[in-house]
Each structure stands twice: as structure tokens, then as C-alpha cells.
Design a protein around this ligand. Structure first.
Ligand code: NAP
Ligand code: ZN
Length: 344
């Protein structure tokens, strides 16, 4: 059997292993792609650190994957053809086992699969996923720039467009990482007044280049006070995975303001009922598991508006380095793994 390179995690908190394993065969409704690029998302920590209940190891992480359709399963030939460029994000398709799937209502699947969690993901030369997980990638975007749009992009784009924020509203983004730097660009293209909140001065210049009207260094200023001075935020998109950092911005919500929790950290956040009740403020979460063409919409909006991720490219073999840089917030702003030798 032909072999491929893949980077996998053997058990919770184990090091990444570069292995040679069999190229997977697509069955039934599955599609196999030759991976061109895969973003390194903070969500991959669920695999690396073992924080996803029931996850089976070894597992190849990676859920921001772009590649070329290479082989179709026997029932997968409806929408896709060999040679097409496609992408797959966190949504890994329906389980095909629950009662909703059995009656053909795949959109109401009760156990949606997650790419790089329920099955092996894109830290590899090839991967296989159900056809429902894929979206076509427009020619206008390179594979390595498209990859981060499939999770970091679609998560923030969807949260923003569902938040009700309109042109002129104050939108603040907490955390300038993979999600945050795209959220900032989307908000700017939506015509909002944008505030970037980040620790220290390191990312200030780039945040302005990406479209921030205002930059707040959360190490030297109280973010709640600063946002209130600006009139209070209509929407705060919280991408920093830290309970205290999120708690500290809640006071910066304006009347009818909404805190949207995108970061997935397990520690609690602190809020007093008074902070919310006064002015009708609210908090809600948003997770990239919704079905629908949000990935396609994100790609299309990005083509139309010129939004692109700022990326650092690593060869697949350096997945461990890319992950460590991401976890220590030193990537500007999304690490992307590529197969073969990365060109400049
Ligand atoms: N809801 C969803 O569907 C969804 C989808 C994808 C990811 N996520 C989650 O969203 C979060 C962000 O993901 P990402 O890929 O953007 O991560 P990332 O690239 O690592 O960026 C996170 C940013 O948060 C800030 N940060 C990190 N640790 C912090 C701390 N201890 N205190 C304060 N700020 C801190 C840093 O920004 P500064 O350096 O600017 O402070 C960092 O760049 C993760 O929790 C991830 O699991 C959720
Ligand atoms: Zn992700």
C-alpha cells in the first residue's frame, strides 16, 4: 500500500509524531484530497492536550484544510470532481448513524462529526472526509490563504454577521491571533468602528494595518474603561482563551451590547447580573458546528472584500514548531502547514 507523511498525536499531551502511514481510501460518501495547506488552529489543542471527551488516539489533527480532490468514494460523485480545489473546516459532516441521518435529514444530525477529531485531519499529505464537509475554494484565493478562512474565518465572519452589528457600530476584538486578526478585518469591511485589544505593543502596528481604528494594550489600560470612553461596544468578539481577559472586557459593553464568546477555554468568566441587566447587555457563545454554507459565504465575502489571513508558512514536518508558536501567541497571525517545500 502507498504511504504518506502525517503528523499525529499518540495520546493526550504526547509530542507530535511524524509518521508514514497508509494513504486512506475513501468509502461510500467520502472524498479523498491531496492536502495542499492546513492551518494550525487553537482548537487543535483539544487533540494535543486531550481535552475532547471520547477522542480516540492516535489522531491526526487539522481542520483548516485545502487540497485537490484526488479520489471519490462510490457514492460521492454528486458535487465534486477529481482535480477540483476544495476545503474542509471543523464541520466534518453528518454521522449517518443517528435517527435524523437514518431518515435522510442530514441537516439535523445529532452527532455531527468534527474534522481532525472524529476522524483524521489535515496535518498530512492526504485526508478523507464525508462529501458534505467540503466546500469549493475559489481560484482567487491561494490554498494557504484559504485554509485559515475555513475555521478562523468562518467562525468570526458568522459570529459578526449574526451579531446584528451595522456600519458605524463599535466592534471590539479581544485577542489578536488566528481568529482575532480576521475578525478585525471583517468588522472593518462591515463598516464598523473597530477596536483591537491585545496584550502589549507587539501587535499594535499590524493591528492598525489590518483595519483597527483604535488599539488597546490590555496590559497597561483597563479595557472596560477604554471601551466605555469610546461609547461602549455594540459587539465584543472574545477570541482570547482566558477567563480573566474576557471578564475584564465585559464592562466595556454599551447599551444593548453583546459579548460573543468564541474562545473555548474551560475556566469560568466573571460577570455581575448588574453589568448585564443595566442597558440590556447580553453574552452568548458561538461555535463552528453550524451547518449551511458559512464556509462558502466566508470565502466569497473574502474574495469580494479583499480580506486575507496574514500567515506564517511551515513545512508539515515542522508542525510541532508551528503549534508551539501559536500556543505562545507568537504567530503573526496564523500558522499554515504546507506539504512539499514552502516557497516564499
Ligand atoms: N467558537 C468556535 O467555533 C471556535 C473556532 C475556532 C477556534 N475557537 C477557539 O477560539 C480561541 C482562539 O483561537 P485562535 O486559533 O485564534 O487562537 P490563537 O491564534 O492562539 O489566538 C489566541 C489569541 O488570544 C490571546 N491570548 C492567548 N492566551 C491569552 C491569555 N492567557 N490571556 C489573554 N489573551 C490571551 C492572544 O492574543 P494577544 O497576543 O493579542 O493578546 C492570542 O494570539 C481558542 O480558544 C480556540 O479553541 C473557537
Ligand atoms: Zn479551528
Amino acid at each position: 500500500m502507498p504511504l504518506m507523511k502525517a503528523v499525529q498525536v499518540g495520546s493526550p499531551r504526547a509530542d507530535f509524531d511524524l509518521v508514514h502511514k497508509e494513504i486512506p481510501e475513501p468509502k461510500g460518501n467520502e472524498i479523498r484530497i491531496r492536502v495542499e495547506a492546513c492551518g494550525v488552529c487553537h482548537g487543535d489543542a483539544l487533540v494535543k492536550e486531550g481535552n475532547f471527551p471520547g477522542l480516540q488516539y492516535p489522531r491526526v489533527p487539522g481542520h483548516e484544510v485545502v487540497g485537490i480532490v484526488d479520489k471519490l468514494g462510490a457514492n460521492a460523485a454528486v458535487d465534486f470532481q477529481v482535480g477540483q480545489r476544495v476545503g474542509v473546516g471543523w464541520y466534518g459532516g453528518p454521522c449517518l448513524k443517528c435517527s435524523a441521518c437514518k431518515r435522510g435529514d442530514l441537516g439535523r444530525c445529532e452527532n455531527i462529526l468534527a474534522t481532525g477529531i472524529s476522524f483524521d485531519g489535515g496535518y498530512a499529505e492526504y485526508m478523507v472526509a464525508p462529501m458534505q464537509a467540503f466546500v469549493r475554494v475559489p481560484d482567487e484565493i491561494s490554498p494557504r490563504e484559504a485554509a485559515p478562512l475555513l475555521c478562523a474565518g468562518r467562525t468570526t465572519y458568522d459570529a459578526l454577521r449574526n451579531s446584528g452589528a451595522r456600519g458605524g457600530d463599535l466592534v471590539a476584538v479581544l485577542g489578536m491571533g488566528g481568529l482575532g486578526h480576521l475578525a478585525l478585518q471583517f468588522a472593518r469591511k462591515f463598516g464598523c468602528k473597530t477596536v483591537a485589544l491585545s496584550r502589549g505593543k507587539d501587535k499594535e502596528k499590524l493591528a492598525y494595518q489590518l483595519g483597527a481604528h483604535v488599539y488597546i494594550d490590555t496590559e497597561t489600560a483597563n479595557p472596560g474603561d477604554e471601551l466605555r470612553k469610546l461609547g461602549g461596544a455594540r459587539v465584543i468578539l472574545a477570541t482570547a482563551p482566558n477567563g480573566k481577559a474576557i471578564s475584564d472586557v465585559i464592562g466595556g459593553l454599551g447599551n444593548e451590547g453583546q459579548l460573543c464568546l468564541l474562545a473555548m477555554q474551560s475556566e469560568p468568566i466573571q460577570v455581575s447580573p448588574f453589568q448585564l441587566a443595566r442597558g440590556g447587555r447580553s453574552i452568548h457563545g458561538s461555535m463552528g458546528r453550524s451547518i449551511g454554507n458559512t464556509m462558502g459565504d466566508t470565502l466569497n465575502f473574502s474574495v469580494l472584500s479583499g480580506v486575507r489571513p496574514m500567515i506564517e508558512v511551515f513545512p508539515l514536518e515542522q508542525a510541532s514548531l508551528a503549534y508551539e508558536k501559536m500556543m505562545s501567541a507568537r504567530v503573526h497571525f496564523r500558522a499554515v502547514l504546507v506539504t512539499g517545500t514552502p516557497s516564499a
